[in-house]
Design a protein around this ligand. Structure first.
Ligand SMILES: [Zn+2]
Length: 259
């Protein structure tokens, strides 16, 4: 069977297809870029796991020193890796805009090219460099905290050691979370900057459309959101794609009257 008709007479398959090819679907974050960025950040987690294994629970002073030093020396690397990710997300977003303009029969090329994204990209870069450097620094803090608590709570050395050895794993989870959150946030930030430069006042909230979408975000699917009024979901305020671990994305709405 090629298509199925529901009680309202809507052909579902046709609708799903239309959704896939909807003008705004290109605004979803670039998953390939996210995978690559996550791979890069996990390299840091692996190196941290190596340092933890090398020094072990017996040499925590040397370990925290090495982790802090590592946080310092990765800055140029973090800058390069983040810079590349932002450039790739920006290209992806620009392509989505060109596709949308073509489908709407509008010429937005010059407006999109003139959109003030440079300053946003610079801010994103600085924030991401800070987050990447925080991976080893937080690992060092974790080791320090566990060691201190081990003494004050009178824990067995083996318990303390086991907890310290988990540091690489904890860092890996944080690396994955940072990668997903930052690629989405970069994508949404650049889409917003470009949307506002063409007079857009808001967007339609789109979810990834699968079973992993959390309930509070699922309820937002298809809703109009003004750029100047991000919703608060689960206690966090932000736009589609710009919340922690969020795979949603904004589908910009362009006012015909202003076009
Ligand atoms: Zn979401």
């Amino acid at each position: 069977m090629i298509s199925r008709t529901d009680i309202n007479g809507t052909i579902r398959f046709a609708f799903d297809k239309a959704r896939e090819k909807a003008p705004g679907s290109g605004f979803s974050a670039a998953r390939k870029v996210e995978r690559r960025f996550a791979q890069q950040l996990r390299k840091i987690a692996r190196h941290i796991a190596d340092l933890v294994e090398t020094f072990g629970a017996e040499q925590t002073d040397a370990l925290t020193y090495a982790l802090d030093r590592y946080g310092e020396i990765i800055e140029p690397w973090a800058r390069a890796v983040s810079g590349r990710m932002i450039a790739q997300v920006s290209e992806h977003d620009e392509r989505a805009w060109m596709k949308l303009a073509r489908q709407m029969g509008m010429s937005l090329k010059s407006e999109i090219e003139r959109a003030p994204v440079g300053i946003r990209m610079q801010q994103l870069l600085e924030e991401q460099v800070g987050l990447i450097k925080s991976l080893p620094i937080e690992a060092a803090e974790r080791v320090h905290k566990i060691t201190t608590e081990g003494i004050t709570k009178g824990l067995r050395a083996s318990e303390v050691a086991a907890e310290i050895m988990k540091t690489g794993h904890v860092t890996k989870s944080r690396a994955n979370l940072i990668a997903r959150t930052e690629v989405g946030r970069t994508s949404t930030t650049l889409s917003q900057a470009r949307a506002e430069s063409v007079g857009s006042r808001g967007y339609i909230w789109r979810t990834a459309g699968d079973t992993d979408v959390r309930e509070s975000h699922r309820k937002m699917e298809g809703r109009f959101v003004a750029w100047n009024d991000p919703p608060t979901l689960d206690g966090l305020t932000g736009h589609a794609g710009a919340l922690p671990n969020c795979r949603c994305y904004p589908e910009p709405v362009i006012d015909d009257a202003e076009a």
